[in-house]
Design a protein around this ligand. Sequence first.
Ligand code: AGP
Length: 612
Amino acid sequence: MCGIVGYTGEKQAVSILLESLEKLEYRGYDSAGIAVLGETEGTEVVKSKGRLSALKQKINGSEQIKGSCGIGHTRWATHGIPSEENAHPHFSNDKNVIAVHNGIIENYSELKEKLKKEGYTFYSQTDTEVAVKLIDYYLKKYGQGPVDALSRMMLRVSGSYAMAIMLRDYPGEIFAVRKDSPMIIGMSGNETYLASDVPAILNYTDCVYYVDNCEIAHLKKGSVEFYNIDREIIGKKPTKINWECESTDKKGYQHFMLKEIHEQPKAVRDTLNSVIRDGKISFEGLGISESDIRKTESICIVGCGSAYHAGVAIQYIIEDLCAVPVRVELASEFRYRKPVLPENTLVIVISQSGETADSLAALRLASSLGYRTHAIVNVYGSTIAREADSVFYTSAGPEIAVATTKAYLTQLIAGYLTALGFASVKGKISESKLEELIMELQSIPDKIVSILSDKERIQWFASKYSNASDVFFIGRGTDYAISMEGSLKMKEISYIHSEAYAAGELKHGTISLVEKGTLVVSVLTQPELFDKMISNMSEVKSRGGYVMGLTGKGNYEIEDTADFTVYIPQTDPHFAAALAAVPLQLMGYYISVAKGIDVDKPRNLAKSVTVE
Ligand code: AGP
């Protein structure tokens, strides 16, 4: 996934482009570039391999490049290695067309061959350069102007794109096209902005237009026109973004990830308050009615990465409280299956960004098969949110760190609220029990605060394991799901190999990997499984493993077995996972910091995977 930005207005473009790109670096950071349509000397293109800081050094202050219209890009390589040649912007050889792109042109090879026959040559390995030269080809061949050429390009390519294009003959203007990759257009006075995501332009405006699939935008200073693929002008209403600018600054924390871990109490409280009214759960605003809920006879939860892990944890809760069968699928698997689901299955797609390609494809497959779809999404107006039949917006606010924390935790909370709301509508839970569980949920934010106040102990323990080569996480029931998330945090930000196992599975092979000193993190928040877990911990210890226990305050007998224990406040077992996740997030974070890794931008990853 990459980040694209654009600006046209009265101010110098360079500093605005660079500031906007900084807010999008979490989307990809192996190379970057900008292009500015100069007042006199045509278009200046500057690009560099590596982080945005390398580009800034190359530009060396914005006085060098004059111009009030430009585009920019920060890249997560898909076609072509990270290099200056493959960095965006890409351009036609006569610089008639210059563009930046987020997405994948799947049929770029055939198009490249076609263009070569028309005399085009290529300097990079990218699919984007092919798209740029295809636009140039249509401009020259048909001479019907930019909207016509862009429409022809959209009809000819297959794949996904959010592209911002500047044309030599249209100074001060930017054209844009979008399919499946996110794009917003911001307006403020005589200034017009374009970006992949809200954080890039939140410092300039909170008035945005969402570009829909197969639409064309024509940006001028302080105005924008939209066209459909048939080149007809279409009307569009602006949306007001209610995120605060500060959400996209570190506010004194060393990393966004640590800030976002500390924002979890507020994120959980806001998510709870988004559907709890006077002690009752109301789904009215979500677009799913009580009759839809009554009709639901089974649930299929779909997601990727941490969103999938949230689904696995939620599965246990919904089944226990609603007596409705729940299956959980990896979106990248579900989308290629021929799923056989009961007729009244509700397909729930969980996605922080709302743009993950596999999850979007899974949603579209479920819809095409006639299943009702519901989304749990954090980014307002994202594609999955707009295409699902109903959506529960988590209120985590912008999440910048690549490793999710607050968005994941609010996915759990949304799942708990869904379980309670469904159980209530289906008459599976008494009013008094419902009130009791809602009250317990409302105590979670303060319990997270108390965990965070103990973080120094976790930091001390984590620093002892920064050189570990393998770490195992084990649990049973929802603790197994939390172990998956703890393991992913460990892998993705500390680069330490880690596996999560259902504790009962250890003896079926994995325990052969445990040797002297191997760290095994055991999660024990489920009372009825506590003793079984203690037995598993003993099995590990008898093979020389080092066992860390994670359990509720008061379960002090664990210290007879565990070498090190982290306690979380007691809560209802249904919700304990939301508390157990926090120490595991901190553990991954502190090990990563101890290893000197760039926690917010770990290698090879990007915040939202909008390509397959
Ligand atoms: C989480 O730490 C990872 N960065 C990743 O697994 C993420 O959860 C996954 O890519 C799904 O993203 P989404 O929630 O935006 O769909």
